[in-house]
Design a protein around this ligand. Structure first.
Ligand code: ZN
Length: 299
């Protein structure tokens, strides 16, 4: 069965860029009769304000999206991620690293050559070193064959500050929740072959991938919470926000009205979701003329 997920980091409210990933992954799952999972990626606690996860979950509901099963919240799952890191270390596929960003600029990491584990690992990170070559690329459901020269830097599994890395948690959770296709933004294309290697090292088959176009602030910057993209529900009513997201994804919207129930808009969009109409290229969103009618005053 088809399974995908939406996995926001609760560092701020949903913005238009995260709405694109949410809408695209939900439509893909529902149009294929598959499961749609929700996961809160809040391991980097200093970046995630108190209560933001709850706010995002409530925004997702307000926008009319349903999901299957329990919501997985990563901060409650740290022993599981530690066990995955220990398993990789046991197989000789992970090592303690004392390099810093600054030291790596001058000399490459050779910490994996150490024979015995260090006595004191405080302030050290754990990195991944596969004993097999990386794939040269992958087949993306939207982009087709993606290949690029990826100079291997050992993927961090646990940061020097003790925080479990995004890559480890993401891959381990995709495996254990049975995700068959990862649907996410194109800002993560670059890390895909390394995540595939991690998946293989953890003994699981790789999922498929679909990288959606990004909503850009201008030609060079994607909208993100870091560059303070406005909360989407402060810009638009829920129905209008969905219509704008569907337009961005190239889907039919001319029979959708801001007066409709969000769930009705989504049901109609899922029944006719057409991946071939989704643009491959990231773009600056151009909101519809009708946006004014359903728009809220930005605060
Ligand atoms: Zn090192």
């Amino acid at each position: 069965m088809y399974v995908t997920r939406f996995a926001p980091t609760p560092s701020g409210p949903l913005h238009f860029g995260s709405l694109i990933a949410l809408t695209g992954s939900w439509l893909r799952a529902r149009s294929r009769g598959g499961r749609f999972l929700l996961r809160i990626e809040d391991l980097d606690a200093p970046r995630c304000p108190e209560g933001m996860a709850e706010r995002i979950i409530s925004e997702i509901e307000t926008l009319g999206f349903d999901h299957d099963g329990e919501i997985l919240t990563q901060r409650y799952e740290i022993p599981f991620y530690e066990s995955q890191i220990a398993a990789l270390m046991g197989k000789g596929l992970a090592f303690w690293c004392s390099c810093t960003r600054k030291s790596l600029r001058h000399s490459p990491c050779k910490c994996y050559l150490r024979h015995e584990p260090p006595e004191d690992t405080s302030g050290m990170s754990v990195r991944f070193k596969p004993d097999f070559p990386l794939e040269r690329g992958f087949d993306d459901a939207l982009l087709g064959r993606v290949e690029f020269d990826d100079r291997y830097d050992f993927l961090t599994l646990k940061r020097a500050d003790g925080i479990i890395s995004y890559n480890l948690a993401c891959v381990a959770d995709d495996i254990r929740t049975g995700v068959t296709e990862v649907v996410r933004g194109q800002d993560l294309v670059y890390v895909t072959v390394r995540q595939m290697a991690l998946c293989k090292a953890l003994g699981a088959p790789c999922p498929h991938y679909l990288h959606l176009p990004l909503a850009m602030e201008d030609q060079n910057f994607k909208l993100s919470k870091q560059n303070r993209a406005a909360p989407v529900l402060e810009l638009f009513s829920p129905a209008q926000a969905l219509i704008e997201a569907l337009r961005f994804l190239g889907q039919k919207t001319d029979d959708l009205q801001p007066s409709m129930e969000p769930r009705a808009i989504l049901a109609r969009a899922a029944a006719r979701f057409d991946l071939l109409k989704v643009p491959k290229k990231s773009a600056v969103p151009v909101f519809s003329d009708k946006a004014g009618a359903g728009a809220k005053t930005a605060s």
